[in-house]
Ligand binder design. Structure first.
Ligand SMILES: Cc1cc2nc3c(=O)[nH]c(=O)nc-3n(C[C@H](O)[C@H](O)[C@H](O)COP(=O)(O)OP(=O)(O)OC[C@H]3O[C@@H](n4cnc5c(N)ncnc54)[C@H](O)[C@@H]3O)c2cc1C
Length: 486
């Protein structure tokens, strides 16, 4: 029922939300705990890729778990959907609210609760920004290894809800591998306290793993206990020119063996991706004169007090040169040079945007199938859209390629983007044929709900629906994301 609400100290706001529910939520949260201001809502309703438009008329900012639980209970009783939102950096429209739904953002719940240097753990509220967690670990000479381009604004609750991957998965695993315990508010306001520092706990179904990667459809994560690691004291970073993609896999295998599995990042990019960055991103400098179809960046780290990693990496490059796996290579001699290498790798998405339209795929296949994926994918894309410019890059050590394509130089952007769904289907078919996944690290959100149904084993869809039904029978937690539940 449409209604009007008059918040203290502001003008009357028209809303489609039930007035009684709005008043109850406002009373629970106090004046700092909610907003109906248009400019505030605009920020929360904006979706990073402009593929969806959020329509929330109310955003809640609870200050503690008790408040989250009360908000969930009130919305559940009123039959109104709650959409959890973190830093709103997700790539699949998972944090977008429809008309009549309410956003709940945990930005005020950002405290580091405890760092335990003997257990190598940190317990934090779910609204803590990833970068602040990394810094807090560093203050104790420890490492929280999750690292991604959005780390300055994404929240750990969002990282857990999307099981984020990022740059260090090859060494430390996905977010799932970095979480020991969780506290979660369920759809009806029940609080599950699963905060734990245990590394071994075989007491029934793993509830923690069920909430990780659930994208806010099963519960609102309010706190977590994370794994920490010794902080690396030494690192060495190389940029290499490769004769082909197969060579990247030979180099990866060689480097894993020769460094004692010290690889923290192994990133691949095409010549086109590298060149795009150098022409569009300020201050990026070509690392190597040698022209090659592919380039890779390798970073190795060690937490041992004494370690000459530059020599170790030099040895790897020498053997790779002898084996014909690389054409040329360089090792960063200063932090400035290393920063340049990372700026090229991390600048690719922005450079692609500056270049024009791009069609994207976040896919994974077994590492050994990466060359087949890229070869088959490029061939098919060129057949569908002559002149298309493939721009694959990403975490080849995890079999996760951001298989992006830039528009042909002479094609209007809109005409190119009209091929999005057809090209997605082409690439996803190839991925499925190679035993891969249509979402490597970004999740399903709203974007890939139909794709999931299309490609997943029907038994999996049935199980997902059964879990959703058991935990959220009224479908009031982030409806329409991951799975269409009636
Ligand atoms: C520049 C850039 C680089 C990126 N690089 C990577 C990368 O390398 N690897 C990668 O995996 N991702 C990457 N991402 C995607 C994004 O940063 C991650 O998905 C991140 O984990 C989302 O966190 P967030 O706090 O922004 O969540 P949001 O975008 O706000 O939400 C994402 C999903 O999580 C749910 N959610 C949020 N908070 C909670 C909570 N407390 N409880 C329950 N559910 C919740 C939302 O409902 C939504 O479904 C990148 C994004 C950008 C913009």
């Amino acid at each position: 029922m449409p209604s009007t609400v008059t918040p203290a100290g502001s003008s009357t706001i028209a809303t489609n939300l039930p007035a009684r529910l709005v008043a109850e939520l406002q009373a629970v949260l106090g004046p700092r705990g909610w907003s109906m201001e248009q400019d505030v809502l605009a920020k929360h309703n904006r979706e990073a890729r402009n593929k969806f438009t959020g329509m929330a008329e109310l955003v809640l900012y609870p200050a503690n778990t008790g408040e989250v639980a009360q908000c969930a209970r009130l919305c559940h009783e009123a039959g109104i959907a709650l959409v959890p939102q973190g830093g709103n950096t997700g790539r699949c429209g998972g944090a977008v609210a429809d008309p009549g739904q309410i956003l709940i953002n945990l930005a005020r719940m950002d405290k580091i609760l405890e760092t335990d240097a003997r257990d190598f753990t940190m317990t934090v509220q779910a609204g803590a920004i990833l970068h602040h967690i990394q810094q807090a670990a560093e203050d104790h000479d420890l490492l929280f290894p999750l690292s991604l381009g959005a780390q300055g604004s994404c929240q750990i609750g969002g990282n857990i809800a999307t099981n984020a991957g990022g740059l260090n998965v090859i060494r430390y695993g996905n977010t799932r591998d970095l979480v020991l315990g969780l506290e979660v508010v369920l759809a009806d306001g029940t609080v599950w306290n699963g905060l734990s520092k245990l590394r071994k706990d075989n007491t029934g179904y793993d509830l923690r793993d069920m909430f990780i990667g659930a994208e806010g459809t099963l519960g609102i994560i309010t706190a977590c206990t994370l794994k920490l690691f010794p902080r690396p004291r030494h690192l060495a970073t190389a940029w290499v020119a490769l004769p082909g993609i197969e060579a990247a896999l030979d180099l990866l295998a060689l480097a894993r063996r020769e460094t004692g599995d010290a690889i923290a990042a192994f990133e691949l990019m095409s010549q086109f991706a590298q060149d795009l960055c150098i022409s569009h991103i300020q201050n990026c400098i070509t690392p190597l004169e040698t022209r090659a179809p592919w380039y890779a960046m390798i970073e190795i780290t060690s937490s041992r007090p004494r370690d000459d990693l530059a020599s170790v990496l030099e040895g790897v490059l020498e053997r790779a040169l002898e084996g014909g796996f690389i054409l040329d290579g360089t090792i960063a001699q200063s932090e400035k040079q290393r920063a340049n290498l990372w700026a090229i790798r991390e600048g690719i998405p922005e450079a692609q945007t500056l270049e024009g339209g791009s069609i994207k795929h976040d896919v994974s296949v077994p590492v050994s199938a990466v060359p087949a994926l890229i070869e088959q994918g490029i061939k098919q894309a060129q057949k569908r859209i002559p002149g298309i410019r493939p721009c694959p890059f990403g975490h080849v050590g995890d079999g996760n390629i951001h298989f992006n394509f830039s528009q042909p130089e002479n094609m209007p952007k809109a005409e190119f983007l009209a091929h999005w769904e057809d090209l997605n289907r082409d690439i996803h078919d190839i991925v499925a044929g190679l035993g891969g996944s249509i979402s490597a690290e970004h999740g399903i959100g709203r974007l890939k709900v139909d794709e999931l149904v299309h490609y997943a084993d029907p038994a999996k869809i049935k199980l997902l629906a059964a879990i959703k039904q058991a935990l959220d029978p009224q479908n009031t937690l982030n409806p329409g994301k991951v799975i269409n539940h009636k």
